[in-house]
Write a protein that binds this ligand. Structure first.
Ligand SMILES: Cc1cc2nc3c(=O)[nH]c(=O)nc-3n(C[C@H](O)[C@H](O)[C@H](O)COP(=O)(O)OP(=O)(O)OC[C@H]3O[C@@H](n4cnc5c(N)ncnc54)[C@H](O)[C@@H]3O)c2cc1C
Ligand code: SF4
Length: 478
């Protein structure tokens, strides 16, 4: 091993090449090119194969990272794929969009003196290669079982659970109110981070594996939730969080102030070839406009970079804290800056200006105060520091809360936390309703794709246990 691994002392970190700024500003394709085989091998060989792999510990899926890095360094790519896909349902997606700087790579032991191993880029390379080489096998059921599971929500949590349950042998039906599979993978996250073909390829893989999708199905709307409980042996709720946080203040109702997700869904639909009237009318299109995005998370970063690609005249991001305290990935901030976005740190909107349509945002400077009980610094306005930023499109990206689930599903017994997320037993993933489980953002609050996958996989194992125990009890009673 020694001569092939531990190369970090003399091989520098190299991330996959980024496309030229001018080129990437003009389309929605991913900005990173892929490693070639040689680069993937060389970069994997930098792994120190340390005794305690902090990368795995800090990966929500506990991926066996040192093992697949070693196999890649040795050119044993099919085996690397087998190991990597054993713990992750969608490794090529996580390799693209995990905030690795906060997870695996941020905890790589060589990060201290040398830069970390490029774990995400290698993970993406392995699975993309596996698809091209035909190593990704169809999902096969261990045996077909006479039980079915209904899953509400075709996002990563629902899809990861669907795959695992099919492998156990259950009939799986996934319901979604959208017309496409993927949740935020298809309609939230833009193509420059995750090209849509990658999501569509997984949809086909799941469909080929026997997962049934019922799309345009608004559960709790046209289809009562109770029908699903009646029809299936167990139900998983994986509906994500979609209630956008609102901005108050004078002028907040003016035309031209739009919610982030509507803006991103429209842009993604356009990329997928749909016709969207609000894009054609200019309502949800940044072309030629002075755009102000309010917020500092992943959603805000995706909005600013989408606006650049749509041909905005200028794009400014207002965030009330500073760069070091923003929730979004710092890698994406850097990418946005390179693409021409202006970040106005320590700034919050006070009022929106204009008669019928917004023409500007009156902002005020903020300063960071002392940390509160949670350790987060308070933010306070600086008196007399107001100023105006011109805007003819303002995008609100302040985060999301859960919808009122007991009301939406007409299930008053469905218990929620004080944040409105679904209350589940942390060990069994079951909600307060027998046979009804929950996973992903609707339990955690807005989180990450990798956590949704983890929860979906774990919930599937618990659903299997629940159905098997219930079936055993029913048999014993006969
Ligand atoms: C703009 C944006 C960018 C992001 N970028 C990143 C990133 O770069 N990296 C990362 O790790 N995470 C990112 N995230 C977070 C990540 O997308 C989520 O944490 C993840 O998708 C949650 O998965 P989920 O399966 O729980 O829910 P979702 O992906 O939200 O899927 C839920 C699904 O349930 C469906 N649904 C909801 N209610 C109903 C109903 N009543 N009936 C039928 N169907 C219903 C929805 O249509 C949706 O398809 C981002 C989020 C946003 C909004
Ligand atoms: S799943 Fe995410 S955190 Fe885990 S190894 Fe892959 S990129 Fe890193």
């Amino acid at each position: 091993m020694a001569e092939r691994m531990l190369q970090f002392t003399h091989v520098p970190q190299k991330t996959p090449e980024k496309r030229a700024i001018g080129e990437r500003q003009a389309d929605f394709d991913e900005i990173y090119r892929r490693f070639d085989v040689q680069s993937a091998k060389v970069q994997s060989s930098r792994c120190s194969q340390c005794g305690i792999p902090f990368c795995s510990i800090h990966c929500p899926l506990s991926n066996n990272i040192p093992d697949w890095l070693k196999l890649t360094a040795e050119g044993r790519l099919e085996e690397a794929y087998e190991v990597s896909s054993a713990t992750n349902t969608f490794p090529e997606i996580c390799g693209r969009i995990c905030p690795q700087d906060r997870l695996c790579e941020g905890n790589c032991v060589i990060e201290k003196g040398f830069e970390s191993v490029t774990i995400g880029a290698v993970e993406k390379f392995i699975t993309d290669t596996a698809f091209e080489q035909g190593w990704v096998k169809p999902i096969t059921a261990a045996r077909e079982l006479p039980y079915s599971v209904g899953i509400v929500g075709a996002g990563p949590a629902g899809l990861a659970a669907a795959e695992a349950l099919r492998r156990f042998g259950y009939k799986v039906t996934v319901y979604d109110r959208h017309d496409r599979v993927g949740g935020l993978l298809i309609y939230g996250i833009p193509g420059f981070k995750l090209e849509k073909d990658i999501v569509l390829r997984r949809t086909k893989w799941l469909t080929d594996g026997g997962v049934e999708f019922v799309l345009n199905a608004d559960i709790g709307g046209a289809t009562p939730f109770a029908d699903l409980r009646e029809k299936h042996n167990a139900v998983l709720i994986a509906t994500g969080v979609y209630k956008a946080r609102q901005i108050a203040g004078p002028g907040s109702g003016l035309a031209g102030i739009v919610p982030a997700l509507e803006y991103l869904i429209t842009s993604n639909r356009m990329g997928l070839g749909d016709k969207v009237p609000h894009f054609d009318s200019g309502l949800l299109n940044a072309a030629g406009k002075k755009v102000v995005v309010i917020g500092g998370g992943d959603t805000a970063m995706d909005c600013v970079r989408t606006a650049v690609r749509q041909g905005a005249k200028s794009v400014t991001c207002l965030y009330r804290r500073d760069r070091a305290n923003m929730p979004g990935s710092l890698r994406e901030v850097k990418n946005a800056e390179d693409e021409g976005v202006v970040f106005d740190w320590l700034a919050a909107p006070e009022a929106f200006l204009g008669d019928e349509k917004v023409t500007g945002v009156r902002a005020i400077r903020m300063h960071l105060g002392l940390p509160d009980a949670s350790g987060r610094q308070s933010v306070d306005p600086i008196a007399g520091s107001s100023y105006t930023v011109e805007a003819d499109l303002v995008i609100k990206a302040l985060g999301f809360d859960p919808e009122d689930m007991p009301l939406a599903f007409d299930e008053p017994e469905l218990m929620v936390t004080r944040w409105g997320t679904l209350k589940t037993d942390p060990k069994t993933f079951m909600t307060s309703l027998p046979g009804v489980f929950a996973a992903g953002d609707i339990v955690r609050g807005a989180s990450l794709v990798v956590w949704a996958i983890r929860d979906g996989r774990d919930a599937a194992a618990m659903i299997d246990q629940y159905i098997q125990v219930s079936a055993g009890m029913a048999q014993a009673a006969e």
